[in-house]
Design a protein around this ligand. Structure first.
Ligand code: GUN
Length: 284
């Protein structure tokens, strides 16, 4: 069994990005600039946003964090986004999710210019992904594919099962695995006899948001296990959607939590910011 070290791979990729920054400055006269908007005071979101800003600093990119009050109106938030869309010094815009209930998430996502949509959530990027056109790919699925590649795991011809059908992870990772010629099944909370399906998986992606949901009896011997979950346990420790202790001995490869998918997600955000920057700089 091999542990897929997302933290180490991230560090490697970030070092490559940092090394490329002088050429970017030489070519374009400035570094890429990511703006992260955080609404309210959700502690988990605060941590994620802090880590995103730290990631920018590590690779020598500019970041700005805008914190807005929990009770900001949807109209005010949309207006802020539109100002950032129009600001030529801003290359990437990320609104940290989830948002307070009075704000429509999809409306916010739709308002971000698709050219600055570093999350890859805008309908234009989603449509282009599903039509096999160049696009910004959502960070978590993109990070998963990078991990598979780095560890020599080839999905071609394999059975892949994705548990979870979210717009952020489940649906896009299914598409990327399909593009890599896996035979893909998307399972979810209404799936009947889930274990019989997950047991067929050569590659199993767990993105359900339920702590330790995937147990050893649900896993085929030698499967590749990708754990997207980040759940806070009662003792304060983090755990994934996979019961690591029981599943790891059966796996050929497995991602740990923390230190697996999480760091890769942030690293792909940095890559996406550079991609949006270069797309805009070369479009004129
Ligand atoms: N909340 C959880 N994951 C994400 C993500 O990838 N992007 C944003 N903007 N919010 C999130």
């Amino acid at each position: 069994m091999t542990i897929i070290d997302g933290k180490a791979l991230s560090a490697e990729l970030k070092a490559q990005m940092a090394a490329g920054m002088p050429q970017i400055i030489e070519r374009y006269g400035r570094v890429p600039h990511l703006v992260v908007i955080l609404v309210g005071e959700n502690p988990a979101s605060q941590t994620y946003v802090r880590n995103k800003a730290k990631g920018c600093e590590t690779v020598g990119m500019k970041s700005t964090v805008i914190t807005l009050p929990e009770d900001i109106t949807e109209a005010d938030l949309l207006q802020q986004i539109e100002a950032l869309n129009a600001d030529d010094s801003v290359d990437g815009i990320l609104v940290q999710l989830p948002l307070p209930k009075h704000i429509r998430e999809q409306k916010v996502i739709d308002t971000i210019s698709y050219e600055k949509d570093v999350d890859g959530f805008h309908p234009m990027n989603v449509a282009r992904l599903w039509q096999n056109k160049p696009c910004i790919v959502a960070c978590t699925p993109k990070g998963i594919m990078e991990m598979l590649k780095a560890y020599g795991i080839v999905p071609n011809g394999k059975r892949a099962v994705v548990i979870g059908r979210s717009n952020i992870v489940g649906k896009p990772i299914a598409k990327l695995l399909l593009d890599a010629n896996a035979t893909v099944t998307i399972a979810h909370s209404r799936t009947e006899d889930l274990p019989s399906i997950t047991r067929e998986a050569d590659i199993l992606v767990a993105a359900i948001g339920k702590p330790k949901f995937v147990t050893a009896d649900m896993v085929k011997d030698g499967a590749v296990i990708i754990d997207v979950g980040i759940n806070r346990q009662e003792d304060g420790k983090l755990c994934g959607d996979v019961d690591y202790e029981s599943v790891a001995p059966k796996a050929s490869f497995i991602t740990p939590v923390p230190g697996g998918v999480g760091p890769m997600t942030i690293t792909m955000l940095l890559q996406n910011t550079i991609e949006c920057f270069e797309n805009r700089m070369t479009a004129r």
